[in-house]
Design a protein around this ligand. Structure first.
Ligand SMILES: Cc1ncc(COP(=O)(O)O)c(C=O)c1O
Length: 380
């Protein structure tokens, strides 16, 4: 089936008892058993298995072209579960532009458990080759990245890892692109990860995370961690993400249409030093982006000539763009990563330009968005 059909139907059948078209919210923690240790259909306890969550997990697998999906309580919970695949003493090679919360988990929590991390520019696949050690077990990248919208040639990185003895797993955080724009497993990644809080949920009303994999053994190891550590989403949250995914393709097309217009405005504006949008002709990896993504997505970052003060003034001046963290909802958001989402990277090598502003371009009419941004830029 094509993507749009999978987004609406994957993992979801009308209820066999009453024909309900929407997946019921199975708001239950436990299930009656037919005898001691005789659960019905394997349902014992909702941390382990819940029908609403199973529907979401099957849907995630369907839209990522995976065999298996796993849902988590947040994107960070999904990230944490992946890192639990490796033993103390392992080395993780990560991109040098990643979500601030991911860096914080790596740098402030997981280093205390015997993991070591290095950060390289994954847009240059040779840097990945150079950064590997005999202990590297995971290679972690975002594409496009948060917040610089840098694009990595996923196929090229997968190719580098392919012939390495004791091959590290390649994980792609696909939150910014979504499976509608880009399918990392098809490009050679082993694990795809999402903050479903963002485009998959799509309405800024739920926090969640997800993982998709093809390999049965990898799935079993991750499912074991999911149940053992227990960072699972509740059934209501699973329902909201399932509902959001149904409209993902139409939303992503409109997000990209609006973002393309705004990127043009920003590129031509005298207060703007540079605009970062994957499909814009000034983007350093535009060709790679066009090869592996269906469109440029809904995220734009731009650097103001006036630095941190100008960024603050612009972010505080918009009226339709709400000044808020997060992204991927129907409403447009604006933020200053160095002071907000990426504050945890401030004292590190991954520190973000203080003059950088990030937009999550929503589904409002582009005429209103252009006017709002143009007026706010006067404050720069
Ligand atoms: C690229 C990316 N990955 C992961 C996360 C973490 O997701 P969550 O906030 O759902 O825990 C975020 C959150 O902003 C993100 O932008």
């Amino acid at each position: 089936m094509e993507f749009e059909t999978l987004a609406i139907h994957a993992g979801q059948e009308p209820d066999p008892k009453n024909g309900a078209v929407m997946t019921p919210i199975y708001q239950t923690s436990t299930y009656v058993q037919d005898g001691v240790s005789r659960p019905r259909d394997g349902y014992e306890y909702s941390r382990t298995k819940n029908p609403t969550r199973l529907a979401l997990e099957a849907c995630i697998a369907g839209i990522e072209g995976a065999q298996h999906g796993l849902a988590f309580a947040s994107g960070m919970a999904a990230t944490d579960a992946v890192l639990r695949l490796v033993d103390s003493g392992s080395h993780v090679l990560a991109g040098n532009d990643i979500y601030g919360g991911t860096f914080r988990l790596f740098d402030k929590v997981l280093t205390r458990y015997g993991l070591t991390f290095d950060y390289v520019d994954t847009t240059d696949p040779e840097s990945v080759a150079d950064g590997l050690t005999a202990e590297t077990r995971l290679v972690w990248l975002e594409s496009p990245t948060n917040p610089m919208l840098a694009v990595t040639d996923i196929r090229a990185v997968a190719e580098i890892l392919r012939n390495i003895p004791n091959r590290p797993l390649l994980i792609v955080d696909n939150t910014f692109a979504t499976p509608y724009l880009q399918q990392p497993l098809q490009l050679g990644a082993d694990i795809v990860l999402h903050s479903t809080t963002k485009y998959l949920g799509g309405h800024s009303d739920v926090v969640g995370g997800a993982i998709a994999v093809r390999d049965q053994g990898l799935y079993e190891r991750l499912a074991f961690v999911q149940n053992a550590a227990g960072a699972v989403p509740g059934p209501m949250d699973c329902f909201l993400v399932l509902r959001g995914i149904k409209t993902l393709p139409v939303r992503m097309d409109r997000h990209a249409e609006n973002a393309t217009r705004l990127a043009e405005l920003l590129a031509a504006h005298p207060a703007v030093d540079r605009v970062l949008y994957p499909f814009h002709p000034t983007h350093p990896q535009e060709q790679v982006a066009r090869q592996q993504m269906r469109n440029g997505g809904g995220m734009i970052s731009f650097v103001l000539k006036g630095g941190a003060q100008a960024a603050k003034r612009v972010a505080e001046a918009t009226r339709i763009f709400a000044l808020a963290e997060s992204l991927g909802g129907v409403e447009s958001l604006i933020e200053v990563p160095a002071a907000m989402t990426h504050l945890s990277t401030s004292a590190s090598r991954l520190a973000v330009d203080p003059g950088l502003v990030r937009l999550s371009v929503g589904l409002e009419n582009s005429v209103d968005l252009l006017k709002d941004l143009r007026e706010a830029l006067e404050q720069a």
